[in-house]
Design a protein around this ligand. Structure first.
Ligand code: GLN
Length: 529
């Protein structure tokens, strides 16, 4: 029987419910259970695919091509399982299915209501998670308890507990525990109020993980236990940490996994926590700094490149270095200042992106890296940029461009996939996992140490095969290809120290102790110079 764990948040958002849930996932998985994770987001967008990174940070892409919340990236990096589109559910998605059913006449003329129609649809999504074959499904409810938007989700999980019972469903609540400097004490009132709010919605949390600045005194835990009606051991201390990767150990030390297992009647094997401790050791012993530049559009908002940053850090730790990223706003680079601004770069990464803004700056960054033998890693748009730059400056092809930026260019080096819907922005991309055949004796082949790479995509435009020969004659090689459709996946310049760019997003497959090969190679190349 599948067991369900729901993680809710209280007082404020952004406390790390996702990290708490995935850390528990780490402990359960390493105790021999199969874990699946889900995030319910209360907003009305059908998926985060068309949301601005300013709103939402990066869009994380699953193997099956769902465009999801960045929390899924944390989940995957923590529990090291490939999640699916069923892991990311928004209110918009729920309402859309219910309303589509209404238009089809599926509801037989009944009045369509939040309870039961919306809540039934939510429950369906929860129960569908057992198709993953998981022993335990951990579901994070986005937002904060008490929000109007999240109420249908709270009501649904209340019903699930009623349907399946306390031995199959467990509630973890993660509220803010504020510290008052003036009186030098922790104040439990907001925690109490937020639990009261849950009680008014019919839910008594089983475990409370108050989020605090530092370790909390026993009296404070006692107080939470007493006022919130849970055993003392079910108050789990979760202070701010220097790295999110510490959280599984913090929870492990308080036996969170055993408390959960006891209530849910789960059999745990001895927890294999060593690999995780090894990773932390690498992280902590990585003192030397390694500098590189990221030239992008949303540089003031690091969450827009979250998986790229995590991938760089993970690869850095693997090699004993802490990566220090210099963020360069692509829009600030122009023909007269780019050499000055980039002159100290030890490595240059151009990440994915959409739209015209900052394109010239990114092209100049690729040019600078190519001409000065600086390690370059291009991701998705960063690959298209490298190809356009090569066409403009090496092949001297006039107007070389992508039709995304110049729809009438006479030399569309990067062009739309024929037959694609260009009217609707949502859901018209090449998304998800594709197999890349790697050419032998290339950098890509060496890095992956395999004939194939399996990576995730999220883009609309492709390298235009009409230009292949010209590129090859001038020394660029196409080391990765999606054979079925003849699509270029990886380009590289073998005469360069390290110049490689991929049409896919390698950042989504890095895991602690297992950096993605392109990132690992990039970091090694920077170290070696
Ligand atoms: N804008 C480009 C495209 O649609 C690249 C997308 C990306 O970098 N994710 O093909």
């Amino acid at each position: 029987m599948t067991k369900y764990i729901f993680v809710t948040g209280g007082v404020v958002s952004g406390l790390g419910k996702g990290i708490t849930g995935s850390s528990l996932g780490v402990l359960l998985k390493n105790s021999g259970l199969k874990v699946f994770m889900q995030k319910f987001d209360p907003y009305l967008n059908v998926d985060p695919g068309t949301m601005s990174p300013y709103q939402h940070g990066e869009v994380y892409v699953t193997e099956d091509g769902a465009e999801t919340d960045l929390d899924l990236g944390h989940y995957e990096r923590f529990i090291d399982e490939n999640l699916t589109r069923n892991s990311s559910v928004t209110s918009g998605r729920i309402y859309l299915s219910v309303l589509e059913a209404e238009r089809r006449g599926d509801w037989d003329g009944k009045t369509v209501q939040v309870i039961p129609h919306i809540t039934d649809e939510i429950k369906k999504k929860v129960y569908a998670a057992k198709n993953s074959g998981a022993d335990v499904v951990i579901t994070e409810i986005g937002g904060t308890v008490g929000d109007i938007e999240s109420q249908p989700f709270i009501e649904s999980i209340r019903q699930i507990r009623m349907e399946l019972g306390r031995e199959n469903v467990l509630f973890i609540h993660v509220p803010l525990l504020p510290y008052l400097k003036v009186s030098n004490e922790y104040k439990t009132k907001p925690v109490q109020h937020s639990v009261k709010e849950m009680l008014s919605l019919g839910i008594q949390p089983d475990i409370i993980v108050p989020r605090s600045e530092s370790d909390i005194p026993k009296e404070v835990r006692d107080k939470i236990s007493l006022f919130c009606n849970i055993p003392l051991e079910n108050v789990i201390v979760a202070p701010d940490e220097t790295s999110i990767y510490h959280v599984p150990i913090t929870l492990y030390n308080q036996n969170l996994h055993r408390i959960v297992a006891k209530q849910l009647g789960l059999q745990l094997k001895p927890t294999k926590i060593e690999p995780w401790k090894d990773f932390l050791k690498k992280l902590e012993s990585s003192q030397k700094e390694l500098q590189l530049y990221i030239v992008g559009k949303y540089v003031e908002l690091k969450d827009a490149y979250l998986s790229v940053v995590e991938s760089l850090q993970i690869a850095g730790f693997e090699n004993g270095y802490k990566v220090k990223i210099e963020w360069i706003q692509a829009g600030n680079l122009n023909d007269s200042n780019y050499e000055q601004i980039l002159k100290n770069a030890k490595g240059i990464l151009v990440p994915g992106g959409f739209g015209q803004r900052g394109i010239r700056g990114k092209i100049l960054a690729a040019k600078f890296a190519r001409e000065n033998n600086i390690p370059y890693l291009g991701i998705c748009l960063g690959m298209q940029i490298a190809a356009i730059e090569f066409a403009q400056n090496v092949l001297k092809i006039k107007n070389a461009n992508s039709t995304e930026f110049d729809p009438t260019t006479s030399n569309p080096i990067i062009d739309i996939i024929k037959g694609k819907d260009t009217e609707n922005l949502g859901g018209t991309l090449r998304l998800g996992l594709y197999q890349t055949k790697l050419k032998s004796n290339t950098l890509a082949h060496k890095l992956y140490a395999s004939d194939f790479a399996y990576e995730r995509h999220r883009h609309r435009y492709e390298f235009n095969n009409n230009y292949r020969e010209q590129f090859q004659n001038a020394g660029m090689i196409f080391s990765g290809e999606y054979l079925e459709k003849n699509l270029i996946e990886i380009i590289e310049i073998p005469s360069h120290k390290f110049f490689i760019a991929a049409q896919y997003h390698p950042e989504f497959t890095s895991r602690p102790n297992k950096p993605n090969p392109l990132f690992n190679g990039f970091i090694k190349a920077i170290i070696q110079q």
